[in-house]
Design a protein around this ligand. Structure first.
Ligand SMILES: Cc1cc2nc3c(=O)[nH]c(=O)nc-3n(C[C@H](O)[C@H](O)[C@H](O)COP(=O)(O)OP(=O)(O)OC[C@H]3O[C@@H](n4cnc5c(N)ncnc54)[C@H](O)[C@@H]3O)c2cc1C
Length: 367
């Protein structure tokens, strides 16, 4: 269908100049819309997304509300200074509290199960052991919690346990936040892919030529940012996840990381397990913004499920899917002023559940 001229009546309705337009209805974009509207209830706020519902990472992730595992934090120190790594812990922790307080634990199926990092290589486990007291001191300073990390075993595997993490239902998280946005009077345009934007005049144009004008703009397109702002260095990374059919007796309860977090798994209810990751197995192929299943990675995760998790014989995959993450060079998210009234909030680098609402709120505070 070609795009018809607008009628006089449509112009009266839709030729609005918004106070704020947000491109991207994932956790970051919805949160920035919500907190801006809380601050300015009279403001005209519009959220635009290319999908029928958000199609990036926010409804396709594993639902780990992570603050950081011992292995992740120590390997982060090879990339960034202690100050930056500590700030990220704080941002995630505060983000998780904000998310839980704003949406309510029961609405998002939040379960404070903690997070395990499990090892089959004893030397890898021992290499990190001396760092535990230091990380516990950090946590006490940063979030006021003592003995956050504990050394232990899970089903006989060497493990580190982080007691302040949890898990949630990503679909319910986005649905609850979307409902809150609707109740507060925020408008939405779904199935509207933005092809062009002028960050000085804040005019955005959809692939079908619809124009939207705003006084302020927040770009929350995470992995897809580069298509709108080619100067921004955020690389896409595809993530693969599957969930099993029901099994009689599940042994793994909680959220688990393995191999520096490249593999992760969790229980879903009492009878299913969700397993994902493995990007490191075929890294180049997974540096893509196209959805899809990489058979090599799938096979790797199936083998992992048999050999390491020892799932009962005959277990089967019920559903599989992929999502796209946005990685910055350093791993730190980007929140920056692109032009006077245009803000970018993106690049959550694979860990956005605890962080996303905090980042969205920070972006709304900058407007
Ligand atoms: C498989 C997988 C598992 C993950 N597991 C976890 C986990 O367990 N814990 C964790 O903390 N993090 C996890 N993540 C990462 C986490 O989901 C993300 O960091 C977070 O959801 C990012 O939120 P966002 O709103 O910034 O981006 P997104 O949710 O990707 O939202 C961006 C939105 O922008 C829209 N958009 C893009 N371009 C345009 C355009 N041109 N016009 C209009 N709309 C556009 C997209 O449709 C999308 O809805 C996982 C990610 C994946 C893919």
């Amino acid at each position: 269908m070609n795009t018809p001229n607008r009628s006089y009546w449509e112009n009266e309705l839709y030729n609005l100049t918004y106070d704020l337009i947000i491109i991207g209805a994932g956790l970051t974009g919805l949160s920035s819309a919500y907190f801006y509207k809380q601050k300015y209830p009279e403001a005209k706020v519009l959220v635009i997304d290319r999908g029928f519902f958000p199609i990036g990472a926010s409804t396709r992730n594993a639902g780990f509300a992570c603050i950081g595992s011992v292995g992740e934090l120590i390997s982060d120190l090879e990339l960034e200074s202690a100050e930056i790594v500590k700030q990220r812990i704080k941002d995630r922790y505060e983000g998780l509290l904000l998310l839980r307080n704003t949406l309510g634990d029961s609405n998002i199926d939040y379960e404070p199960e903690g997070g395990w990092e499990v090892f089959d290589d004893e030397s890898e486990f021992l290499k990190l052991k001396d760092s535990v007291p230091m990380l516990n001191d950090w946590m006490e300073d940063l979030i006021g919690e003592t003995e956050v990390f504990k050394v232990g075993t899970y089903l006989g595997k060497h493990s580190y346990f982080n007691r302040v993490e949890g898990m949630l239902h990503p679909g319910k998280m986005i649905r609850t936040l979307h409902e809150k946005c609707l109740k507060s009077g925020i408008e939405f345009r779904w199935n509207t892919k933005i092809e062009e934007l002028d960050s000085i005049s804040n005019l955005v144009i959809s692939e079908h030529g619809h124009k939207f004008q705003s006084k302020n703009l927040i770009i929350a397109t995470n992995a897809f940012t580069n298509k709108l702002l080619p100067q921004i260095n955020i690389k896409p990374g595809r993530g693969y996840v599957f969930i099993t059919k029901e099994m009689p007796a599940l042994e793994w309860f909680g959220t688990f990381h393995y191999n520096k977090g490249y593999v992760y798994f969790r229980n879903v209810g009492d009878t299913r397990i969700l397993i994902g990751g493995g990007r490191n197995i075929n890294y180049d192929a997974e540096t893509t913004s196209e959805f899809g299943v990489n058979e090599t990675i799938k096979e790797y995760l199936i083998n992992f499920s048999n050999d390491f998790l020892k799932l009962p014989q005959g277990w089967e995959i019920e559903q599989e899917w992929s999502g796209i993450m946005g990685f910055t060079e350093s791993k730190s998210y980007l929140i920056e002023q692109i032009d006077e009234n245009c803000i970018l909030a993106a690049g959550l680098s694979g860990m956005g559940v605890a962080l996303g609402m905090n980042l969205g709120k920070k972006a709304s505070d900058l407007v």
